[in-house]
Structures are given as structure tokens and as C-alpha cells.
Design a protein around this ligand. Structure first.
Ligand SMILES: [Zn+2]
Length: 90
């Protein structure tokens, strides 16, 4: 995702704005390839995978994929997300 997209993204659950952003990998042109968006209001995290921010309500999220994401990036994610992020954590 383009970093400037952060200016318009809000949490799909509580509409909190702005979201926190951590970047794991980038490509040219300020495009975030892997990263995470976090909501300080409700504690949810939203993975950015292959440039796409995955911002779904809890009932449409894939628990197995989310936990795989947390494991993959656990060294770069804050402890609060890895062990206490919502809707599920490691
Ligand atoms: Zn939220």
C-alpha cells in the first residue's frame, strides 16, 4: 500500500483514526509490501500482505492466517501485538 493511504484509513470496527503503521518491507516508490496497521482504540491489528492492507471485521478474518502472520513477523512486531493483539494473538 502507498504510505499516504494511511491518511484515509480508519479502523473498520470503531472508526478510530489514524491507525498506527509498522513497515517490514518496502519497494520503490514508498510502497509498503509487508507491514501491519494497529488500532490504539480497540487493540486490533491489520496485516499488510503483498501490498494489501487486510482490514476485515472479526467474523471474516482467517484466524490461522492471522496467527501465521504473527509468527512470521514476531521479531518485528511489538510484544503487545504478538501476545495481546485482537482478535487473537500467540
Ligand atoms: Zn479499532
Amino acid at each position: 500500500m502507498q504510505r499516504k493511504l494511511l491518511d484515509i484509513l480508519a479502523c473498520p470496527i470503531d472508526k478510530h483514526y489514524p491507525l498506527g503503521l509498522l513497515e517490514f518491507s518496502l519497494r520503490e516508490g514508498d510502497v509498503i509490501v509487508d507491514g501491519v496497521l494497529t488500532c490504539s482504540e480497540c487493540g486490533r491489528y491489520y496485516p499488510i500482505i503483498d501490498e494489501i492492507p487486510v482490514m476485515l471485521p472479526d467474523n471474516l478474518r482467517n484466524r490461522k492466517e492471522d496467527l501465521g502472520f504473527l509468527e512470521r513477523w514476531s521479531s518485528k512486531l511489538p510484544d503487545g501485538v504478538v501476545h495481546g493483539g485482537k482478535p487473537w494473538s500467540l
